[in-house]
Design a protein around this ligand. Structure first.
Ligand code: FES
Ligand SMILES: [Fe+2]
Length: 387
């Protein structure tokens, strides 16, 4: 029976998926001033441990100080702007030394000393310390934003999920393989998020995943910046051998993990972060733009503290299932994205089960009213700030 739900079913216009000018506006109005998950405090357990997060030219460095505090800074030396640390994670002993001219910073960001101090007038250690970035730790997960914006705190946004997430022991999660990075190209970041915001494609694209869950798939609306998707395992026995082995292992999880729901639960946070809660692991991923037509999926998986052998084996299998899903989703992104190169393709029509795609678009439209224009505007100036 045809849907008689009344809502605007138009997707974003095609030009919005290929415009470099738009991306520079998105960098300011969508990415710089909204929260992004960057890792877990247990990724950096010791003083001097650090990890980085790069986003459209901005660079964050999250580091644990001598006082055990975790702080976030711009990964930018105050002398001539060099990266202070290179790579995704690491450890520094006692102080951060810039690789360019060797200015040295304390772990709390203060400038310890410029190299050859006689070169400079007296430099105040605080004034010339690393510039801080806003950091919030929610149940062990670290979120940053480069500048204040319209979102409330992460805790406030996650509050409506608190009861459901309560049974998951998140604070004591342990890292597994570090942060992965998987290019998705040629694809605009919004095409990745669009694919992520609907499971209408699941029966065709994700045959294996549909065999694991799908019968009682629950997808809520985006509400105040978060989105909930839950796939309880199908009641029927899986047909795929990988799913059979995985389900059998989940049945062996010891207490208290045996109490965790037999479901894969996903909580999305606008604009591009998703946290995943499984019976044997927890993880996150993000759809990160490189430029208008190149993107990258980055994320990490964590194990529960005290995991059993069956949980470790189940984690390996859920990772295998997810790797297949990621490859399938890359194909979905490409199928979706390719049309935007054609001058005859205008925009998508969305079904009821793709309503979350529209809702994400609506949040973007609220920040960038020009997204309503059928063709790329000449100027991006508007009352929400110029570009
Ligand atoms: S750029 Fe860092 S010391 Fe010169
Ligand atoms: Fe998918």
């Amino acid at each position: 029976m045809a849907s008689n739900q009344q809502w605007n079913r138009a997707g974003l216009p095609a030009w919005t998926y290929r415009s470099e000018r738009l991306l520079s506006v998105e960098a300011k109005r969508v990415f710089a001033n909204h929260w992004h998950v960057v890792g877990h405090v247990n990724d950096i357990p010791a003083s001097g441990d650090w990890l980085t997060f790069d986003l459209l030219g901005e660079r964050a460095l999250v580091i644990r100080g001598r006082d055990n505090e975790v702080r976030a800074f711009h990964n930018t030396c105050r002398h001539r702007g060099s990266r202070l640390v290179e790579g995704e994670s690491g450890h520094c002993r006692g102080a951060l030394a810039c690789p360019f001219h060797a200015w040295v910073y304390d772990l709390d960001g203060q400038l310890k000393r410029p190299a050859q101090p006689d070169n400079f007038p007296e430099l105040d250690p605080r004034e010339w310390g690393l510039k801080g970035i806003e950091l919030e730790i929610w149940r062990g997960f670290m979120f940053i934003r480069f500048e204040a914006g319209p979102q409330p705190s992460v805790a406030a946004m996650m509050q409506r999920h608190e009861a459901e997430l309560h049974p998951y022991p998140l604070e004591s999660l342990q890292p597994t393989d570090g942060i992965y990075s998987s290019p998705v190209t040629p694809v605009n970041w919004k095409a990745m998020v669009d694919v992520d915001n609907e499971c209408y494609h699941c029966p065709t694209i994700h045959r294996g995943l549909s065999d694991l869950y799908g019968g009682r798939y629950e997808e809520g609306p985006w509400i105040e910046g978060t989105h909930r998707i839950r796939g309880p395992f199908n009641e029927s026995e899986p047909r795929h051998e990988l799913n059979q082995r995985y389900r059998a292992l989940v049945d062996q999880h010891p207490e208290p993990f045996a109490e965790l729901p037999r479901a894969w639960l996903y909580i999305g946070m606008f604009p591009v972060s998703v946290l995943m809660f499984y019976p044997e692991s927890v993880g996150f991923y993000r759809s990160i733009p490189i430029d208008a037509t190149h993107s990258v999926m980055t994320g990490a998986t964590y194990r529960y503290d005290g995991e059993s052998e069956s949980m470790r084996d189940a984690r390996a299998l859920s990772l295998e299932i997810d790797d297949a899903v990621m490859i399938e989703d890359k194909r979905a992104c490409e199928l979706h994205y390719e049309a935007n190169a054609s001058q005859y393709w205008q925009q998508a029509i969305l079904g009821d089960s793709e309503k979350a795609v529209r809702e994400h678009h609506d949040m973007l439209r609220a920040l960038i009213p020009e997204l309503n224009a059928p063709a790329e505007p000449i100027s991006f100036e508007s009352n929400t700030g110029g570009s």
